[in-house]
Design a protein around this ligand. Structure first.
Ligand SMILES: [Zn+2]
Length: 242
């Protein structure tokens, strides 16, 4: 199973070429990954005293976060990511660059996975459950950055290959909030909330993790499987509550 036997670069490249030849690219649903801000808000009709923060629910398509070192290995010495599209949270962006993510046994891959910037201390790959099936990998549901014990994968860029020993996760559904927003909802960092989506496929998402940070604004992150299952693109009303 997996193991971290060092991989010869030329071997990987050969394998990858083989896969690329045999697999017509996965259909990229949203090439810029990142956010599809379906603004919801519809502030509850009874007009609460303090003004309700604007509720934004974004679907995070599969993506990769990279360390500076891995950017250089994949794209070349001194290379810096090129911001292509700003995300809802200030300072974050979808990069122009993508990488290929190769699964275990080096048999299957996702050819163009979007990179989100800025760079981080540790590289990380966030996939929806369906993506993990495509890749043939078993990835746990984790909070971003909590990578101990998660499976690795191989990343392939135009200038090189990175073998991650860990870092492949399904991102746990979560709500970014600043302290004013947690106060408004009466929650604190680490609490769990519910997100109800009224749509042709109405759903209640439980266990939405609250992640407080003074630098953010209210935004719930779901993955593509969750967004598709609830047909959030056609939602008529979205509510976040304890
Ligand atoms: Zn998030």
């Amino acid at each position: 199973m997996g193991g971290s036997a060092p991989l010869d670069r030329s071997v990987i490249e050969q394998i990858v070429r083989g896969i690329v030849g045999s697999q017509v690219s996965d259909v990229l649903r949203s090439p810029s990954s990142g956010t599809c801000p379906c603004k919801a808000a519809k502030s509850s009709s009874e007009a609460p005293k303090p003004e309700a923060p604007k509720l934004v629910v974004s679907i995070s398509a599969r993506h990769v976060h990279l360390s500076d070192a891995d950017v250089e290995t994949l794209f070349g010495k001194g290379y810096k990511l090129t911001p292509m599209k700003e995300l809802y949270q200030k300072g974050f962006f979808a990069a122009k660059e993508t990488v290929m993510v190769v699964g275990p046994e080096r048999r299957r891959m996702l050819p163009t996975v979007r990179i989100l910037g800025p760079t981080r201390k540790q590289s990380q790959v966030e996939l929806a459950f369906t993506d993990t099936i495509s890749l043939g990998i078993t990835a746990p549901v984790r909070q971003s950055g909590k990578l101990a014990g998660t499976p690795g994968c191989v990343l392939v860029g135009p200038a090189g290959v990175v073998e991650l020993r860990e870092g492949v996760i399904r991102a746990e559904r979560h709500a970014h909030m600043n302290p004013e927003e947690t106060k408004f909802y009466g929650v604190k960092d680490g609490d769990r909330m519910n997100l109800r989506i009224d749509s042709p496929c109405p759903m209640l998402f439980e266990g939405v993790l609250v992640r407080e940070d003074p630098a953010v604004r209210l935004e719930v992150h779901l993955d593509t499987d969750e967004g598709n299952a609830s047909d959030i693109d056609h939602a008529s009303k979205i509510e976040l509550f304890k």
